[in-house]
Write a protein that binds this ligand. Sequence first.
Ligand SMILES: *[C@@H]1O[C@H](CO)[C@@H](O)[C@H](O)[C@H]1NC(C)=O
Ligand SMILES: *[C@@H]1O[C@H](CO)[C@@H](O)[C@H](O)[C@H]1NC(C)=O
Ligand SMILES: *[C@@H]1O[C@H](CO)[C@@H](O)[C@H](O)[C@H]1NC(C)=O
Ligand SMILES: *[C@@H]1O[C@H](CO)[C@@H](O)[C@H](O)[C@H]1NC(C)=O
Ligand SMILES: *[C@@H]1O[C@H](CO)[C@@H](O)[C@H](O)[C@H]1NC(C)=O
Ligand SMILES: *[C@@H]1O[C@H](CO)[C@@H](O)[C@H](O)[C@H]1NC(C)=O
Length: 404
Amino acid sequence: MLEVIVAVLVSSFVLVSGGFLGCFYTRRTKQKEEKKESGEDLLSFDFNSSVEPNGNGTGLRHRNHTDFDLPMFSYASVCAATDNFSPENKLGEGGFGPVYKGKLLNGQEIALKRLSKKSGQGVEEFRNEILLIAKLQHRNLVRLLGCCIDPDESILIYEYMPNKSLDFYLFGSDKEVILDWTTRTRIVEGIAQGLLYLHEYSRVRIIHRDLKASNILLDEEMNPKISDFGMARIFGGNDSRTYTKRIVGTFGYMAPEYALQGLFSIKSDVFSFGVLVLEIVCGKRNTGFYLTDTLNLLGHAWELWVSGRGVELMDPAVGCSPASAALRYINVGLLCVQENPNDRPNMSAVISMLSSTELGTPLPAPKQPAFSTTTAVSLASSVVNNNAGKYSVNDLTVSALQPR
Ligand SMILES: *[C@@H]1O[C@H](CO)[C@@H](O)[C@H](O)[C@H]1NC(C)=O
Ligand SMILES: *[C@@H]1O[C@H](CO)[C@@H](O)[C@H](O)[C@H]1NC(C)=O
Ligand SMILES: *[C@@H]1O[C@H](CO)[C@@H](O)[C@H](O)[C@H]1NC(C)=O
Ligand SMILES: *[C@@H]1O[C@H](CO)[C@@H](O)[C@H](O)[C@H]1NC(C)=O
Ligand SMILES: *[C@@H]1O[C@H](CO)[C@@H](O)[C@H](O)[C@H]1NC(C)=O
Ligand SMILES: *[C@@H]1O[C@H](CO)[C@@H](O)[C@H](O)[C@H]1NC(C)=O
């Protein structure tokens, strides 16, 4: 009897103190102790019945104690679903490993991100992604369906996005599909809604830190979904910004305070969003956009904007579009990439600015964007390179998991 009580006390203590991570490890250890082939059968799994959170569908029958629990699948069934990770099923290389397409017996398609543990790379990011995204549900975020943890590798299972990523349509060499203006505005609005959810409405505040065109996936109706949460960080309570020594991100999308000092906040995501908006309107990459006297798209956009020729930024491929709407998008994009984070709007302000169509509401005038000159950019890139391989314990404070 005493043993039972002690066991109960100990286990509840572990649960409470270890919290989120504790549960995760317990599960993992348990998983290992059992037979190697533990986990559910992916092939015959019906994700439709486990879609609603806290639902009582078959998919959740083994897991009713926490809502962050993910279905865990056996490695054998994952291999079967992907035809043993055959090259034909490979979709591409994600941030931390190859991504494959898989198919279930009921015909549903899934995407699998495969991470080898032997590489020693990205394990932190993998765990981070599971912890973070398992809790998130929004139509503009790619949904994590489950995972598979094998002694040698870890696999994340996502919903499948048939229409690739946004960069393919914006910058692809063979632009067979030209996104029209309506589609572009819908994409911008969808990304903004997804980001607003991360920043303000999800139960924890989340900074994505690596927002870029290749991380925006498109569903069958070309609705955008933000993906790749490997770099994301959770903020608890009132924390509005924090420092990291390990600067990770993508050159061209990183805010100056982040690239130069490792300071990130929701406003550094807003900066990346601003770059994305300008790229979507112009159909050009921020980096690799070289003119004689201005180095990048931000500088170019700023020059045209201040000389009253903002309309010329529009991607010519778009064809006719309402100039006032395009100018509004460019204006918002420029507001988001301002040098001082405090000058940048937050996402709720961005959304109301994008959607206020009445001409009677003028937008604030943007200040000169960050990185619009050569020196700032080369300075930033050198700092980033210096920090690239470094690793800091401060960086891993995923523990601030307070509900908001
Ligand atoms: C699952 O849901 C999708 C979309 O709602 C539907 O197309 C598909 O047929 C469903 N699959 C099964 C097995 O019910
Ligand atoms: C879920 O549970 C509710 C009662 O709690 C029941 O009415 C409903 O039919 C159940 N749904 C499924 C799919 O089992
Ligand atoms: C689900 O939770 C209930 C009580 O909350 C418990 O009685 C039941 O055993 C749990 N089921 C599983 C499979 O853990
Ligand atoms: C998007 O995907 C759907 C379904 O796979 C397809 O019918 C459609 O043509 C695709 N759209 C583009 C622009 O590729
Ligand atoms: C959060 O802010 C509120 C009001 O500004 C303050 O009362 C509270 O103590 C702060 N909490 C933390 C954890 O800093
Ligand atoms: C967003 O910005 C607006 C206007 O600057 C402000 O009123 C609002 O409180 C901000 N929202 C949050 C959640 O910070």
